[in-house]
Design a protein around this ligand. Structure first.
Ligand code: 13P
Length: 251
């Protein structure tokens, strides 16, 4: 299966900085990559990114995604962005259940499952994030935690689960420079793969990405693991040279 390298810009960027970053990516992507590439950008910039894309053939290979979506279809939910709105802005992907949403915005497993469903209803591929905290890892609870998080999404989405992308992002590895070793990451990915296999006979087509301090130096070793089908990249996706190196490692 094709690998997917997705950048999560988080709450970073500006009109000027985005333009500069995309121009540098376009230069590096003149030769079309053999992996899939996406950038998940702050909602206010979706239109700008689509406009820049339309002007650059090299950026045709870059899919666009949101970073969060409402679990509701429409209505009085101030500040929320619906899946239909993301669809109108040509989003292929949307991140759901990122640990920063779970941690700072009290998102529950049930809410993440509803958001996944809302995205799927609009034909947008949700990138469902799961991952344990350092305390949970130290307590030997990694497997239990990621399985619980994924189980909620499987339960709510039934056979549609084969349409999602899963991202394993150990919370202790996010933005810290600490990465799970390729072997440790692979072990968790294998657990998630087995759980998906039990849920659908289409599990073989579900991409499971690794995220958490993936960078130009460590990407190749992580991406070489059998159940690591790509990366969800934070900090390194803001630097064109680094992001391009990770894309090259996935090619
Ligand atoms: P970093 O790559 O900055 O560690 O972030 C990972 C992440 O949270 C991607 O969603």
């Amino acid at each position: 299966m094709k690998k997917l390298i997705a950048g999560n810009w988080k709450m970073n960027g500006s009109l000027a900085a985005n333009e500069e970053l995309l121009a540098a990516l376009a230069k590096g992507l003149e030769q079309r990559p053999s992996c899939e590439v996406a950038v998940c950008v702050p909602a206010p910039y979706l239109m700008q990114i689509q406009t820049l894309k339309s002007k650059s053939p090299a950026l045709a290979a870059v899919a666009v995604g949101g970073q969060d979506v409402s679990g509701h279809a429409a209505g009085a939910y101030t500040g929320e962005v619906s899946a239909a709105m993301l669809k109108e802005l040509n989003c292929r992907f949307v991140i759901v259940g990122h640990s920063e949403r779970r941690q700072y915005h009290a998102e529950t497993d049930a809410l993440v499952a509803d958001k996944t469903k809302a995205a799927l209803a609009e034909g947008i591929t949700p990138i469902v994030c799961v991952g344990e905290t350092l305390a949970e890892r130290d307590a030997g609870r990694t497997e239990e935690v990621v399985k619980r998080q994924l189980a909620a999404v499987i339960h709510t989405n039934g056979h549609c689960i084969s349409e999602v992308v899963v991202a394993y992002e150990p919370v202790w590895a996010i933005g810290t420079g600490k990465t799970a070793s390729p072997e440790d990451a692979q072990a968790v990915h294998a657990v998630l793969r087995a759980q998906l296999k039990a849920a659908t006979d289409q599990s073989g087509r579900i991409k499971i990405l690794y995220g958490g301090s993936m960078n130009a130096a460590n990407a190749a070793a992580l991406l070489a693991q059998p159940d690591i089908n790509g990366g969800l990249i934070g900090g390194a996706s803001l630097k064109a040279a680094d992001f391009l190196k990770i894309i090259a490692a996935a090619n």
